[in-house]
Ligand binder design. Structure first.
Ligand code: FMN
Length: 418
């Protein structure tokens, strides 16, 4: 089997066919992985102190320190400055992830909305949404994040990271977006200036999460994570950015996978970007997988839904007859309780494949568990299958930031931080 590498300007690598890093369970497959040696050496910069409460669980996603290990996941309720400020000021979010931004902002229409299922209790909480991406462009988020980071409220954990969710189908456009984030990081002093090693990483405050998995973009734009030819050029852009600045923390927001080959393919695709540092250390640019995004092509009937807020569907014109479908699309991305077992299965499969992986650079990749977490038990289940951080959207949409305080209380963190 041959692997075609995408032609991306500036890609500076040598491909060497090599099967040394194959996971033992796929060794018998007709599969060849490529080890990438990338030159020239990246610049190295300075460490800064890690700051987190000693009594709350914390983890690092490469250079990002997440404490506690609970976050919102990218969603419509993390769109504007007010929502992001509330998330940033909430002591129970260990990081803030914004709604997915594009370069120019996504044009929202009457077909875009979110509906909750009828029974909104924790065990059955369901959402279906037809949203694309944030209407606000990346440039607007950078203005807001500068504001947030430059005048944080006194109670905010000073190392709390902001993860900027971005996407584009076009590698050139994605590169522009990543460049503007890196310029922003440089301006706010988030890129260390002195050398550091993997054993002594600096703490940074801005990371990038590439959304590879929105199911609502129509037939001509499938989620790239399902289609390697679409994904590899995007990963190449991120890998090049990492090569130029090894302090950059990069995550991939993944869609729900439903059979084993999809997990192997994703890990194989990411492993294509493993390279050797000048010190001979194997490094992979990707810090974490956030799994999962919503499950596409789902449908709720109006009779199954509660259309009052926090559901939001633009009102149809008076001449439009009432629809039997809850969303005008009528298909959308399913989240909440019906997604939870699949999300647990995805987290379980990734952590089972990653942690024993023969190549340390891949074994180091962390998993952020997202999907149907609505109570402390859900957080615990995600942790029990290997999630380093737990994220949620639907319950945050229902309760606002109060959801994180409740989850923290239910897992026994609240009270332990005093
Ligand atoms: C209304 C809504 C909007 C969302 N928008 C985004 C988005 O912009 N980017 C993204 O990566 N995921 C988005 N998601 C997916 C969530 O981050 C999350 O992966 C999914 O909803 C499963 O988590 P949950 O069951 O806690 O809701 C959205 C989810 C909802 C419900």
């Amino acid at each position: 089997m041959s692997v075609e590498m995408p032609a991306v300007p500036g890609l500076d690598l040598y491909l060497i066919s090599d099967s040394r890093f194959l996971h033992p369970e796929v060794l018998d497959r007709d599969l060849v992985l490529w080890e990438l040696y990338i030159f020239p050496p990246y610049p190295l910069t300075s460490p800064s102190a890690e700051m987190s409460s000693p009594s709350l669980p914390s983890t690092s996603l490469h250079t990002l320190n997440v404490c506690p290990t609970l976050t919102n996941s990218s969603c419509a309720w993390a769109s504007d400055l007010k929502q992001l400020t509330e998330l940033y000021e909430c002591e129970w979010t260990g990081a803030v992830v914004c709604r997915t931004a594009t370069r120019n902002g996504f044009k929202e229409g009457e077909e875009h909305g979110v509906v909750f299922g009828k029974d909104k209790s924790e065990a059955t909480l369901t959402t279906l949404n037809s949203y694309g991406y944030s209407p606000h462009p990346l440039s607007q988020y950078l203005v807001w994040f500068r504001e947030l980071l430059c005048s944080p409220p006194p109670s905010t954990n000073p190392s709390k990271p902001i993860i900027i969710s971005i996407t584009s189908n076009d590698p050139r456009e994605l590169k522009e977006m990543v460049d503007s984030i890196q310029t922003f990081r440089r301006e706010i002093g988030d890129i260390p200036l002195t050398p550091f090693s993997n054993a002594n990483l600096p703490t940074c405050r801005i990371g990038i999460e590439l959304n590879t998995s929105c199911p609502n973009m129509g037939p001509s734009h499938p989620p790239p994570a399902y289609i390697p030819t679409l994904l590899l050029p995007l990963l190449t852009v991120l890998s090049n950015a990492f090569k130029a600045d090894r302090s950059l923390a990069i995550g991939l927001k993944l869609p729900p996978f439903v059979y084993r080959g999809q997990f192997d393919a994703m890990i194989g695709a990411v492993h294509l970007f493993t390279y050797k540092s000048p010190e001979g250390e194997e490094i992979n640019p990707f810090a974490y997988f956030a799994t999962t995004n919503t499950l596409g092509s789902a449908l709720l009937l109006t009779s199954q839904s509660d259309l009052s807020p926090p559901s939001f569907v633009p009102s149809p014109s008076a001449s439009t007859p009432p629809s039997e479908y809850a969303l005008p699309t009528p298909l959308g991305g399913l989240a909440g309780a019906p997604l939870h077992p699949l999300a647990l299965g995805n987290v379980f499969t990734f952590t089972s494949l990653l942690s024993p992986y023969p190549a340390q650079a891949i074994a180091r990749i962390k998993v952020v568990g997202i999907g149907g977490v609505a109570d402390g038990e859900g957080v615990r289940r995600m942790q029990s299958v290997g999630a380093a951080v737990v994220g949620c959207a639907s319950v945050f949409g229902r309760d606002g930031v109060g959801a994180f305080a409740r989850l923290a209380e239910e897992v026994g963190w609240k009270g332990s931080s005093a």
